[in-house]
Design a protein around this ligand. Sequence first.
Ligand code: I22
Ligand code: ZN
Length: 192
Amino acid sequence: MSFQQQLDEAITVLQACTTLAPAIDRITELVADAILSGHTLYTAGNGGSAADAMHLAEELIGRYRHNRRPLPAICLNADVGAMTCIANDFGYDEVFARQLTALGKPGDVLIVFSTSGNSPNIINALSTARARGMINIALLGKDGGMARNLADHALIVPSQNTARIQEVHTLFLHAICEQVEQRLASASEPYV
Ligand SMILES: O=C(CO)[C@@H](O)[C@H](O)[C@H](O)[C@H](O)COP(=O)(O)O
Ligand SMILES: [Zn+2]
């Protein structure tokens, strides 16, 4: 595919995402409410989606557009020690679920990134989060896979192309940061 064809495809997918705007707003409100009431956001993904999961967590704990108080966000695929131990001793399918069993509390939020919605470690993470009373959110693509019905809130990018789906996921994660920062700025708590 030429670059022009990739660009055209990306534009088509982005335009088709307009219908997802109300769902993004709802998810952002949930994340902001959870953080403002003292809960933690966990993120997870594999491959390119692991990078997306790190990206979202670092922008909340560090900064997005504004300096403000650091927000409690932990990326589950960022801890190489925990990842390799759990994969080695319990299997790769358990790398996120076991960390959530150790850390997750009712009211905390899990956001997973998966283009297929079928990665077993992502499926196990969603089930574990649900069992622990967490709010679980899945950013997906293709047909949403098994994750579609396991998540409390699923956002499915209308594309079959993994690269295009990941590119839209980056837009989604920035939208979440943007709106969470806005909510915090208008909240009564100290901003910085
Ligand atoms: O970044 C890419 C492809 O663009 C790959 O690394 C991709 O993330 C990996 O194949 C993942 O294992 C795919 O997992 P998932 O999105 O289906 O959950
Ligand atoms: Zn990629």
